[in-house]
Write a protein that binds this ligand. Structure first.
Ligand SMILES: Nc1ccn([C@@H]2O[C@H](COP(=O)(O)O)[C@@H](O)[C@H]2O)c(=O)n1
Length: 586
């Protein structure tokens, strides 16, 4: 862990179940390779993961089984370690490559900006060579304009100890928000390609499909169907991501799929046992078993799973990687404090609106100050921000340079359309929040994408009768006020299609309150009647949605009507606001 990280916290543990094939899986790490400095239960860093993987590989060798490491993308955007440097990722690429990942693919965040996709192609693809797979992603070479596969389409290999033959794919969901230098081929088209049809007919013991795709998403189901049609009994293993949740499912009894959360809070574990190899002549009845665990990135848990302790756990390689991170954080001045958050502000742990909601803070305090265009400051305006633009909670205490990127990492800016008739403009927010079906039918725009990924698959809030004790401030309170009950810390209490025993650490529940796709602030409205027109101000990320809503409401607006509202990214504006408004020392 990093020198200033919170102390790890103990929790009752569930053990890992080993099989012939075993996997460690990371996804959606979004630059959190220094770990969570403010949360002891996720404070392991990338160096600790390097140590952990070394010990686990040794265990696999001792048992004569295999361990493979998988990463399913969105490694960038979301933490100062990646975002605070110029160019972005100056330190990240060298830190990330220190982990010996066996199968790796691309996420959508590697593609939003041409510069990010270029860096992925220049650094991570060659760093991982034949272990990088891009089944449905092409790159446009800047010098020649030539369209080439981002990496190889699939990979065939044999595992070290069990000599299991593997055919592996690496997919991205049908993402359309990529910049001009990449092309994402829709999965349904890709699986018709001759190379894919040949690959699924290769002689193999196991298919492994890794993807930046939620395990409940249609893309994985389509890939599964295509492979299974040609291979009635071959095990098919899926490693997914994108939706930022812990999840697992089985598409049939000889397949298994896991998604391993977000922000390096989770290291996913999957194991497969039974009749895995073709030479054992498996039939549909041959025994095959799958297990999954969501390992908290908590040092005490990593010690538990390796049977080691704080002295024996860190390897030399792991320590060196932790030191690289410390050096990078120092050079980036990530601990530089802009101000002091007076309390915790939650994305989904508190209802919206409420005084504990980060969105209420944004709506009522931040936006009124930052959404001001001097030349039009007295013009009545509606300011719309998508909730997905906020990526993490704010914890009471120091608000650092790192926190700025953790909360708001994107390069989004405020744009506006001047003088929109108010009767139309006032209905836009309702359309963005409630008319998902109409928008999708008209345009295939999925309005959920304006909201936070964590709730894409949820229809209602999850409110527990006995939410757990808060130890965030270091003061742990007994559950239900009964001191003899176990003192559980708040954390993941995952329920997936397999059951409710997936988490390696037993936690107290956390409430999850649904939030709308977008929030709106009314500014410079005068008393005594409605304005005829307003400036409609919004984050540029939601521009296609806003234009479509206006069109459906009878307004005739296109990209040509959209103008810049204020200078600077939303992230910079937040940081300035914090400096001005939370200037007190902690
Ligand atoms: N400029 C941006 C980029 C993304 N978002 C939000 O993030 C969601 C995607 O998150 P993943 O990490 O799962 O890829 C997207 O749907 C938006 O909600 C944004 O607000 N601004």
């Amino acid at each position: 862990a990093q020198p200033k990280a919170a102390e790890p916290v103990p929790a009752p543990m569930r053990d890992l179940v080993w099989g012939k094939l075993n996997f460690l899986h990371t996804t959606d790490t979004h630059g959190w390779h220094a770990g969570h400095l403010q949360e002891g239960q996720y404070s392991g860093d990338w160096g600790d993961y390097v140590s952990f993987a070394q010990h686990m590989r040794k265990r696999a060798d001792d048992l004569g089984v295999d361990l493979l490491l998988v990463d399913t993308g969105d490694r960038v955007e979301g933490n100062g370690l990646y975002d605070a440097s110029d160019p972005k990722g100056k330190y990240y690429y060298d830190i990330y490559r220190e982990q010996d990942v066996d199968i790796i693919c691309t996420g959508n965040h590697e593609l939003y900006h041409a510069s990010t996709a270029d860096a992925e192609h220049r650094f991570t693809v060659p760093n991982f060579k034949d272990r990088y797979i891009a089944s449905n992603l092409d790159y446009i070479v800047p010098e020649t304009g030539e369209r080439v596969p981002m990496a190889q389409r699939y990979r065939k290999f044999r595992t070290k100890n069990q000599k299991v033959n593997v055919v592996a794919f690496g997919f991205l969901f049908d993402f359309t928000g990529n910049d001009k230098n990449t092309i994402v081929q829709p999965v349904r088209q890709t699986i018709q390609e001759p190379w894919f049809q040949k690959a699924i007919r290769e002689e193999t013991d196991v298919f492994i499909v890794i993807g930046h795709v939620g395990v409940q998403m249609q893309e994985f189901k389509d890939i599964f169907k295509a492979i299974r049609a040609e291979n009635p009994v071959t095990p098919i293993l899926f490693f997914g991501g994108h939706v930022h949740i812990r999840d697992a499912t089985a598409y049939d009894d000889r397949s298994f799929a896991i998604a391993s959360g977000r922000y390096f809070e989770t290291i996913g574990w999957m194991s497969v046992d039974g009749v895995v190899k073709k030479v054992e002549a498996p039939t549909a009845e041959s025994p095959l078993s799958f297990h999954r665990r969501y390992i908290d990135n908590n040092l005490l848990g990593l010690y538990h799973h390796t049977g080691l302790n704080s002295k024996t756990f860190p390897t030399e390689h792991g320590r060196n990687v932790s030191a690289m991170i410390t050096k990078a954080r120092k050079e980036l001045e990530l601990d530089y404090t802009f101000g002091c958050a007076p309390k915790d502000y939650w994305m989904t742990r508190a209802p919206y609106p409420s005084e504990d909601s980060i969105y209420t803070l944004l709506q009522q305090e931040v936006i009124p100050d930052i959404a001001v265009k001097p030349s039009r400051k007295d013009v009545p305006r509606l300011v719309i921000a998508n909730t997905g633009a906020i990526r993490f909670d704010i914890f009471k205490g120091a608000f650092t340079r790192d926190t700025t990127y953790i909360v708001s990492p994107f390069l989004s800016v405020l744009s506006f359309i001047p003088d929109v008739p108010y009767p139309i403009a006032k209905k836009v927010i309702k359309m963005l929040n409630g008319a998902g079906k109409i928008m999708q039918a008209e345009t295939h725009l999925d309005t959920r994408f304006m909201g936070i990924p964590e709730q894409w698959a949820l229809n209602e809030s999850i409110i527990y009768k006995n939410p757990g004790p808060v130890i965030h401030d270091g003061v742990q309170k007994p559950l239900d006020g009964l001191s003899e009950k176990p003192r559980l810390t708040e954390g993941y209490t995952t329920r997936d299609d397999i059951g409710d025993d997936g988490d390696d650490s037993i936690h107290a529940n956390i409430n999850f309150y649904l939030v709308p796709n977008c929030i709106q602030t009314e500014l410079s409205f005068y008393s005594g009647g409605e304005p005829d027109t307003v400036d409609l101000v919004f984050l540029d990320f939601i521009q296609p949605f806003v234009l479509m809503a206006l069109k459906l409401l009878g307004g005739r607006y296109g990209n040509e009507h959209v103008q810049s509202y204020v200078e600077g990214t939303f992230t910079d504006l937040w940081a300035e606001w914090i400096k001005k408004n939370w200037s007190a020392k902690c």
